[in-house]
Design a protein around this ligand. Structure first.
Ligand code: AP5
Length: 215
């Protein structure tokens, strides 16, 4: 089973993808995580995209399609969760070709709908476990009182450099300009389904579970 989690910055794509990995033996392919890993390890791609990402702009199609193709051809899994990819119509076409060449298909494109005002609070309140990537939020999912990650026990947490209001506004603009046309693109293919991303994390997970059980 292959699915796309589609939604604006802070919609909860990463949070729900991690749950699906645990529950369904699927592999999360997050282009954001891949690009941050490239920056941490100082690769050419990492150096090239650092400024673009910090400003909240989109990285080129060529780079992100290349990253996805590499992971898709090397990682073996029961299914993939595409998180933050595709983000443009060119990326959506590339993914369609990639799946077709592998004799696979998309089972669902799940749009997570969240009000714009809620998104900025989610992004600016976010922190992440530096060791395992578990995502927290100052208000809705605070770090445990003992200061240890509930998933791996690490005591190190990080804040993303693009999680400030200015970069967020640029990311949101990019979402409406370049990514939201994918809603119509996948609706026309009969693959689009939406969930209420304003609901609590467990309720969103249950709604996604229902969709996948029916797919
Ligand atoms: P990326 O890393 O993909 O960031 P994003 O799409 O902006 O999404 P986020 O990671 O900010 O949010 P999320 O939806 O995963 O939310 P999360 O679960 O963390 O991309 C970063 C950058 O990389 C881009 O700006 C671009 O430069 C580049 N890039 C990446 N992919 C690209 C591509 N394909 N093409 C071109 N460029 C690309 O949740 C957010 C917070 O909310 C957390 O604190 C969480 O605890 C909380 N939360 C989650 N769910 C709920 C809920 N239901 N209720 C309350 N709080 C919740």
């Amino acid at each position: 089973m292959n699915i796309i989690l589609l939604g604006p910055p802070g919609a909860g794509k990463g949070t729900q993808a991690r749950r699906l990995v645990d529950a369904r033996n699927m592999v999360q392919l997050s282009t954001g995580d891949m690009l941050r890993a490239a920056q941490s390890s100082g690769t050419e791609i990492g150096k090239k995209v650092a400024g673009v990402m910090a400003r909240g702009e989109l990285v080129t199609d060529e780079i992100v399609i290349g990253l996805i193709e590499e992971q898709f051809s090397t990682v073996k899994a029961d299914g993939f969760i595409f998180d933050g990819f595709p983000r443009t119509l060119a990326q959506a076409d590339a993914l369609g070709h990639l799946l077709a060449r592998a004799g696979q298909k998309l089972d669902a494109v799940i749009e997570m709908k969240v009000d714009d005002e809620a998104l900025v609070a989610r992004v600016t309140g976010r922190s992440t476990c530096a060791n395992c990537g578990e995502v927290y939020h100052d208000v809705t999912k605070p770090q445990p009182a003992d200061g240890k990650c509930s998933n791996c026990g690490s005591t190190e947490f990080t804040h993303r450099p693009d999680d400030n209001e200015e970069s967020f506004r640029t990311r949101l603009l990019a979402y409406y300009r370049d990514t939201s046309p994918l809603i119509g693109y996948y609706y026309a293919k009969g693959q689009h389904v939406a969930v209420d991303g304003m609901a609590e994390i467990d309720a969103v997970a249950a709604a996604i579970r229902d969709i996948l059980d029916k797919s």
